[in-house]
Ligand binder design. Structure first.
Ligand SMILES: Cc1cc2nc3c(=O)[nH]c(=O)nc-3n(C[C@H](O)[C@H](O)[C@H](O)COP(=O)(O)OP(=O)(O)OC[C@H]3O[C@@H](n4cnc5c(N)ncnc54)[C@H](O)[C@@H]3O)c2cc1C
Length: 319
């Protein structure tokens, strides 16, 4: 089966990051008509390198995805650079995705792999440094900022535990509760590891020569830093997909699509993979999850086809 502009695709994948492209590769190699619709803004685009990725350690995130697109296309997948503005439909009648380039894509199944939006605290300057010296993930950035003066700006109830984690990469660690209360036993662990607890509220950051140099506090004081960890809240990217009616869950990290381990969402025929389901997934995990969900999609389509063939046979012979 080849993919053409007018066809009803077996699967439309919305989102062409690690999860979506990995799914596309599996589905194209399974001889499915597959299209990837991608807005081209992967979550880690602000970072110059993706770390912790076996065989591709330190690769530029955009180069990785370019390679992935080429691999999927080489097996017949189609890539459309656009955003879905309105998706609707059902497993019985098929799905339609209206794109911001004016075209519409039709498919029997839809895989949502749109990732998340990171929501930073409203502190001036954080967004500009995001993915550089304002970071969220020790496994992504910890090695690069090892032994430096790292601060952790609390954003929620897990933040004290995240300060303990970042301490694995440096002895020069400052925890900013930033007005939030933490259980005494958590702060006891923080202090026992030698992490400085900075009272007060952060109001800004200081940047000199394109490098973070300090956190600025509301009382006018400054705490010298080389990097600031900010556990951002995450919000599943579902703009334009509201019409599908997916169930979502709100947890300590933010909002995520509810899906089981095989990628089934609350809506038959609509699947989900990658950060949109679990924002803690790294690139390798997102790719792996996309591949696993793609295999399940293909398998269920094979079984459904066999069921239809049996029903047709029985109808023909009148049983
Ligand atoms: C700053 C930063 C650095 C990171 N560094 C690392 C690292 O070093 N190593 C690591 O393993 N992980 C890292 N991560 C995590 C990594 O970004 C995620 O694991 C990965 O991006 C998840 O892949 P995904 O396919 O689920 O989503 P994404 O990569 O975010 O891809 C989603 C895609 O869907 C598209 N999209 C969204 N909505 C629509 C729509 N309506 N229509 C069409 N397209 C749409 C987006 O434009 C995007 O291209 C980092 C994250 C951040 C924030």
């Amino acid at each position: 089966m080849s993919a053409t502009n007018n066809q009803v695709y077996d699967v439309a994948i919305i989102g062409g990051g690690a999860a979506g492209l990995s799914a596309a590769l599996i589905l194209a190699r399974a001889r499915r008509g597959v299209v990837v619709i991608d807005g081209g803004e992967p979550r880690n685009a602000p970072a110059s390198a993706a770390h912790g990725l076996l065989g591709q350690e330190g690769v530029n995130p955009l180069v990785l995805l370019e390679t992935g697109r080429n691999e999927a296309v080489s097996y017949g997948a189609r890539i459309v650079q656009a955003n879905v503005q309105h998706a609707s439909g059902s497993a019985d009648n098929g799905f339609a995705a209206a794109l911001d380039d004016g075209s519409t894509i039709h498919a029997d199944q839809v895989l949502i792999a749109t990732g998340v939006q990171d929501e930073l605290p409203a502190i001036p300057g954080l967004a500009e440094r995001w993915g550089r010296d304002v970071v969220h993930c020790p496994y992504c950035h910890g090695w690069e900022i090892r032994d430096q003066r790292i601060g952790l700006l609390a954003t929620g109830p897990m933040s004290a535990m995240q300060a303990l984690l970042f301490h694995q990469w440096t002895d020069r660690m400052t925890f900013f509760p930033n007005g939030l209360d933490f259980p005494t036993e958590q702060l006891e662990k923080v202090r026992a590891l030698g992490i400085t607890v900075a009272p007060g509220t952060a109001s800004g950051i200081e940047v000199v020569d394109d490098r973070l140099t300090a956190a600025l506090m509301e009382d006018g004081s400054r705490v010298e830093l080389d990097a600031l960890a900010v556990p951002a809240k995450t919000h599943a990217r579902l703009d334009g997909l509201e019409g599908l009616g997916l169930d979502v869950a709100t947890n300590a990290m933010g909002v995520a699509v509810i899906a089981d381990a095989a990628g089934h969402t609350s809506v038959p025929g609509v699947w989900a993979a990658g950060n949109v389901v679990n924002p803690a997934m790294q690139v390798s995990e997102s790719a792996s999850n996309g591949a696993r969900v793609a295999m399940t999609i293909n398998t269920e389509m094979v079984f459904a086809r066999a069921d239809r063939a049996v029903a047709d046979d029985r109808a023909r012979v009148g049983v």
